[in-house]
Design a protein around this ligand. Structure first.
Ligand code: ADP
Ligand code: AMP
Length: 213
């Protein structure tokens, strides 16, 4: 088949500040479409839990709310992207986060003769981000709750598997501000980057999850 035949696959990117609700929307989108979910933050947290070399390299950056170096993240994201289950469409959450990462993704897509379908920007003001991130609690399996906006049925326990809910280390206030600063410096230029390519779609993330969805 010639490579010029348009493809119907959905290759989506979720863009937005930490705590905007990207993971929350990803969960819903995955119920609508059979997309391989690629969340670099989850992959890095897993590597840390498994105490791999990657996890050790990422640790110091994640702890202080900094971005993990491009060459490390680009490697794991692109490798995951070429896995079999991502062949018919993917949902990227938390990648790309810098212009060099976006350039690397673009190059890889060209090599694979694939295209990004759309970049979904979830916009939320900084004050609300701080409220969301500081109230976020996660289960062992990574299910997300919020102490006020989306509380579990039983205090501190996951509704699905009953495991204890914890606060992510990097959701503590001092780290949240560093992460937000990094977002504005390094990641927000991607808004124009993708807007210029006609790929950007904006969503008001301040609305309730069902409306954002
Ligand atoms: P991200 O993946 O962008 O870091 P999350 O999806 O983990 O963000 O959401 C951050 C926190 O905000 C979580 O505690 C989640 O329950 C809560 N949340 C997500 N979307 C909304 C929303 N639209 N309104 C209120 N709270 C939300
Ligand atoms: P997240 O779960 O998306 O909030 O990511 C948690 C942390 O993982 C970030 O604060 C970064 O330290 C690191 N991280 C995740 N994705 C990337 C990326 N694309 N580039 C650099 N660092 C990343």
């Amino acid at each position: 088949m010639p490579s010029t035949v348009p493809s119907s696959e959905l290759n989506l990117i979720l863009l937005g500040p930490p705590g905007a609700g990207k993971g929350t929307q990803a969960e819903r989108l995955r119920e609508d479409f059979p997309l391989a979910y690629i969340a670099t933050g989850d992959m890095l947290r897993q590597a840390r839990a498994d105490e791999t070399e990657l996890g050790r390299r990422a640790q110091e950056y994640m702890e202080r709310g900094d971005l993990v170096p491009d060459e490390v993240v680009i490697g794991i994201a692109l490798e995951r992207l070429s896995a079999d289950d991502a062949r018919d469409g993917f949902l990227l959450d938390g990648f790309p986060r810098t212009v060099p990462q976006a350039d690397a993704l673009q190059e890889e897509m060209a090599k694979l003769e694939r295209r990004i379908t759309a970049v979904l920007l979830v916009e939320v003001a900084d004050e609300e981000i701080v409220r969301r991130v500081s109230g976020r609690r996660v289960s062992e399996a990574g299910r997300t709750y919020h102490v006020d906006y989306d509380p579990p049925k039983h205090d501190g326990r996951c509704d699905v598997d009953g495991t204890t809910l914890v606060q992510r280390e990097d959701d503590k206030p001092e780290v949240v501000l560093a992460r937000l600063k990094k977002y504005h410096e390094a990641t927000s230029p991607l808004i124009d980057y993708y807007d210029h390519q006609g790929l950007l779609r904006r969503f008001d993330g301040a609305r309730p999850p069902v409306e954002v969805h």
